[in-house]
Design a protein around this ligand. Sequence first.
Ligand code: ADP
Ligand code: MG
Length: 464
Amino acid sequence: MVKQVKDEMTDTMWGQVRAQLEKSVGQNNYRNWIEPLEFADLEGGVATFLVPTNFMGTWVQRNFGEQILRHMISAGAKVSRLEFVVPASAPQARAATTGETPPPANGNGRPARTGGGELPGAPLDKRFTFDNFVVGKPNELAHAAARRVAEGGPVTFNPLFLYGGVGLGKTHLMHAIAHEMQERNPDLRVVYLSAEQFMYRFVQALREKQMMDFKHLFRSVDVLMVDDVQFIAGKDSTQEEFFHTFNALVDQNKQIIISADRAPGEIKDLEERIKSRLQCGLVVDLHPTDYELRLGVLQTKVAAYREQYPDLSIADGVLEFLAHRITTNVRVLEGALMRLFAFASLVGGEITLERAQECLTDVLRASDRKVTVEEIQRKVAEHYGVRFSDMIGPKRLRSIARPRQVAMMLSKELTTRSYPDIGRRFGGRDHSTVMHAVKRVEELIKSDQQIAEDVELLRRLLEH
Ligand code: ADP
Ligand code: MG
């Protein structure tokens, strides 16, 4: 009896949450990914859903997990984790349990018909638009290039190759291009998919003897975007097929957009001819975030969140603190914010600096800044106006030796490197040289005001 009442409550809650999700993920995503979820139960903070395939569960978790969690919490559910379960009788569990190739994402979670002429892409995240992309120094070039390509018109850079570390906005920019192109010309056949999905499609076509359809399908698109292309390195037949698809499209003057976690030349086990093809267009990188960009991202996301939840209150200085301390990437930054939002909606009241620190202890610890010896050498060289190469070179002039000693002392203080290790990094010097330098600078700090100030300033620069 009690259980039944509880079930009805949770069902209503899920009904509400679905309505919210429909608004926040968009019609298409909603129909493809949210509607098929069957809410099973909520116990011990874990909400369980039945899904038709493992692939779908993973996809929903990865792409919509945070949003689902957030909406559930706002609807009053005591939930901290989602689980997706394929019922034992589901016919496709075969592919998932053998573990090899999950069915490709074609927007409905079912294996795609390669012959049907439907577009072979993955769904686009409707939040990943140019409007939602915060531009700063580290990504301005990539952003400008993406904008240019999105304008359509004659194909000038082909391919556009975006690369950079994880969580810096590659996927976001690619989706933004797709949205924009689709908006400008709804008839355009724009296909976005990950290299992994490209491979699944290819393997599936081989298995089902539908290579002709596969080739035809990929050669008939107007714009092809392949995300995380480093994935196909070492996968020879997939590379081969990719290469042919790529060439066929370039020959037809169709735009291609590729992303990877590093520059084309640096992807190991990628065929030379593919590397050089990839380098033919425009290659731009997304740099690691800087403080201004991080703060900009945080402010933008808070403003967007406030539109839905006007009660959110964050104390002055909290965002600045986070931008300072979480220096990894935008994804981690967003994750931290989501946690704060969930926390705020649970406990109510203002998010103070103290609460933020408490709620994010682990994230903050993981992002504790680790300075490298090389960074220290660069900063010190810059400060004293000497060349970086002199830091590790043999010159013994006082004007160079002194900065070098300061850099050695800071290396000992700010990194976990040993004396011999530091010596090696300063052009193969002996550990006793480093020990001497550390002692000398420590003495000087006491007697020489100028040195004391220099060291203090450098220390502060490096600790941020
Ligand atoms: P990548 O594909 O490079 O690993 P993503 O594009 O998936 O990174 O970005 C990770 C998350 O950070 C996404 O939610 C994305 O919206 C967000 N993000 C990254 N860069 C920016 C930016 N400049 N402005 C706003 N959001 C960003
Ligand atoms: Mg990505």
